[in-house]
Design a protein around this ligand. Structure first.
Ligand SMILES: *Cc1c(COP(=O)(O)O)cnc(C)c1O
Length: 382
């Protein structure tokens, strides 16, 4: 089985013996041209035409009304949480099955994450687990949601679209609305993923994207916040650029600001990469379809997009029988220079989040023991 899998991967990448990465950046378009333009213009830093262009492309692509470019996805998450008033002593509901940045960003505000379980199929925050947590562990007083165990205020919900597969975001938002809680979508992994033709990241009050080197589209390092709330979007832009009040020469800052702006050099790279998003997505889907066909006749489950959603298949993911089989698969494939990786350790198991409240996390634990990401990037040859 593993040998047939290796053969499929090597054939797809037209690479009989080289190392096959999980997801490496590929620069086949205008990357060098645009980056060279920024150098020649000297506008490499915090002001420049590519930043504006990038923000416009993000608006066009996602359908959100406003986009703000940021220095990375973690900063985008932090500023999104900060902008809606998440602060010291608060709590934010999220999933334990995520990259550490999700919980780190919550902690940067002074709040604690609360970990709620995911669905087995989407791998994203489970609407039923969310509702159950809010109904059984929380109480609403004067319109504010309190965690009955900690006594702290729950201020927001941060679902994540795991490995690019959209979560049940409409149901999550409906539950959040019932409790008047804002949703910030961690869409860091889901650029090009849709739910009923609507782009992920546009269902919540705010959506956050990452353009890190391992993501579907990269600009070295970068991120974006999108929203339909134009006033909030403008404020986020203001506070990501040190909250400086416009003036010909004076330095006046009207609130606590951050230097979270994406440099123009990175925006140039982002613009060139975004031009290729459609071709990246179709090439990635072609590979996913090969995997789906391959694993259909085995006991190994390929984590397909759930109904009415379209995944970008950022990282193709399979679910093995148990941890022993997972470890064997990881060892054999990596020994054969085909890179595969387990899912992240659950966030509630890291020392800085060990004390945080969680529900049973039974699906999260099941998946954390069994999921493996397999090669998913676009071809670097041709
Ligand atoms: C990549 C990622 C981030 C952070 O993005 P950076 O650009 O690396 O800071 C946040 N959340 C998730 C789920 C991610 O995968």
């Amino acid at each position: 089985m593993i040998n047939d899998f290796i053969e499929l991967v090597r054939k797809h990448y037209d690479s009989p013996s080289e190392f096959i990465p999980l997801h490496a950046p590929v620069f086949k378009g205008n990357e060098l041209k645009y980056v060279t333009e920024t150098i020649q213009s000297t506008f490499v830093s915090s002001v420049g035409a590519f930043v504006d262009q990038f923000e416009k492309v993000m608006v066009d692509l996602t359908g959100a009304k406003y986009a703000v470019a940021t220095v990375n996805g973690t900063a985008a998450l932090h500023i999104a949480l900060h902008s809606i008033g998440v602060t010291f002593g608060d709590e934010v509901i999220t999933q334990a099955l995520s990259f550490v940045a999700t919980a780190n960003a919550i902690r940067y505000t002074g709040a604690d994450p609360v970990f709620v379980d995911v669905d087995l199929d989407s791998m994203g925050l489970s609407p039923s687990a969310l509702l159950n947590f809010l109904e059984s562990s929380c109480e609403v007083r004067d319109g504010i949601v309190y965690n009955k165990v900690s006594g702290k205020k729950i201020k927001a919900i941060v679902p994540m679209h795991t490995f690019g597969n959209p979560s049940r975001i409409e149901e999550i938002v409906a539950i959040a609305n019932q409790f008047q809680l804002p949703v910030i979508e961690d869409s860091a992994e889901s650029l090009g993923s849709y739910v009923k033709k609507r782009h992920t990241g546009t269902f919540g009050k705010l959506g956050v994207f990452s353009f890190n080197g391992n993501k579907t589209v990269t600009c070295g390092g970068g991120g974006a916040v999108v929203t339909d709330d134009i006033e909030l979007g403008k404020r986020i832009k203001h506070i990501t650029t040190t909250a400086k009040v416009p003036h010909p020469w004076e330095y006046s800052h009207d609130e606590l600001g951050f230097n979270y702006r994406m440099p123009n050099l990175n925006a140039a790279l982002a613009c060139a990469q975004l031009e290729q998003l459609d071709s990246f997505l179709s090439e990635k889907r072609e590979l996913s379809n090969k995997y789906i066909g391959f694993f259909k006749n085995s006991h190994i489950k390929f984590q397909e997009e759930i109904s009415e959603t379209k995944s970008n298949y950022w990282l193709n993911t399979i679910c093995l029988k148990d941890k022993t089989e997972r470890d064997e698969f990881l060892k054999q494939t990596n020994d054969m220079k085909v890179m595969t990786r387990p899912a992240w350790n659950l966030l509630n198991t890291s020392p800085m989040f060990e004390h945080c409240i969680s529900d049973s996390l039974s699906h999260s634990k099941y998946l954390a023991d069994r999921l493996v990401n397999i090669p998913s990037g676009v071809k670097w040859k041709n």
